[in-house]
Design a protein around this ligand. Structure first.
Ligand SMILES: [Zn+2]
Length: 223
C-alpha cells in the first residue's frame, strides 16, 4: 500500500516530505502483538503483509544510523495530540486520565485506599438475601447488592493474587539459594581438582626418583 496506514496521517509514497519514509509491519508475532496494542484505534485497515507506517510515528531511538527502522521499533507517535500516548514499552497503554492517575499510585497505596473506602461504606446486612446459590445476584436485587457482590469478588481475587505474589517471591528466594549452593559446590570441586593435580604431580616426581634409583642400581649391579 502506498499510504501510511495510520488514521488521519496524510503521508503517502507520492507526497512524502524529504526525510520521511514508509516502513512495512513487523513479521514476528511478538512484535505484531505489541504493534496491535498500540495501533488498535489508530489503523482501521491494518494488514500485516501490505500496510506501511510512515517514519513520523516512530521515535528517533528506533532508527539505526542508516535511518533503517530497527526490528524492535514500535509506533508511539500519532496525529491527534489528545490521543497521542507515550507507551511504556511492553506495558499497558494508559488511555484515560484516570488510568494515568491510578498508575502513579503504589500497590500499597491502592490496597490501603480500597480498604479504607470499603470500610467506610457499610455492607448491607441482608446482602445474602439477594444472592443465588452460584453466587450471582438475583434479578430483583438492588444495584447496591450487585456492587457489593462485585466488591467481595474483587477483594477475594486481590487476596489470591497477593498470595500468588508471596509464593512467587518465596520460590524466587529458593531458586537464588540453590544457585548459590551450586556455585559453592562448584568452588569445592575446583579446590578438589587442584588437590588431585598436586598429588599427581608429587607421584610423578616420586616415580622419576624411583626410576633414577633403579638406573643407578642396575648400573651398580652390572659392574
Ligand atoms: Zn503516517
Amino acid at each position: 500500500m502506498s499510504h501510511c496506514a495510520v488514521h488521519g496521517c496524510k503521508t503517502s509514497m507520492y507526497n512524502k516530505p524529504p526525510g520521511v519514509s514508509l516502513h512495512p509491519c513487523p513479521g514476528s508475532s511478538e512484535m505484531r502483538s505489541r504493534w496491535l496494542l498500540l495501533l488498535r484505534n489508530k489503523c482501521p485497515m491494518l494488514d500485516w503483509s501490505s500496510s506501511k507506517l510512515c517514519s513520523k510515528h516512530f521515535e528517533n531511538k528506533y532508527f539505526d544510523n542508516q535511518r533503517n527502522l530497527k526490528s524492535t521499533a514500535i509506533p508511539t507517535i500519532f496525529p491527534n495530540p489528545s490521543q497521542s500516548v507515550k507507551a511504556i514499552e511492553g506495558g499497558p497503554v494508559l488511555k484515560t486520565k484516570m488510568d494515568r492517575h491510578l498508575s502513579k499510585m503504589t500497590q500499597a497505596q491502592l490496597v490501603a485506599d480500597i480498604k479504607n473506602t470499603t470500610v467506610r461504606l457499610r455492607e448491607p446486612l441482608n446482602l445474602s438475601e439477594f444472592l443465588t446459590n452460584d453466587l450471582q445476584t438475583r434479578s430483583d436485587a438492588p444495584l447496591e447488592a450487585k456492587l457489593w457482590l462485585l466488591i467481595k469478588k474483587q477483594d477475594h481475587l486481590n487476596n489470591r493474587l497477593m498470595e500468588t505474589i508471596v509464593k512467587n517471591k518465596a520460590n524466587a528466594e529458593l531458586a537464588e539459594n540453590s544457585v548459590e549452593e551450586v556455585s559453592k559446590s562448584k568452588k569445592d570441586l575446583e579446590k578438589n581438582i587442584e588437590t588431585y593435580k598436586y598429588i599427581v604431580k608429587c607421584l610423578q616426581e616420586k616415580q622419576a626418583t624411583l626410576e633414577e634409583q633403579i638406573e643407578i642400581l642396575t648400573a651398580v649391579e652390572s659392574r
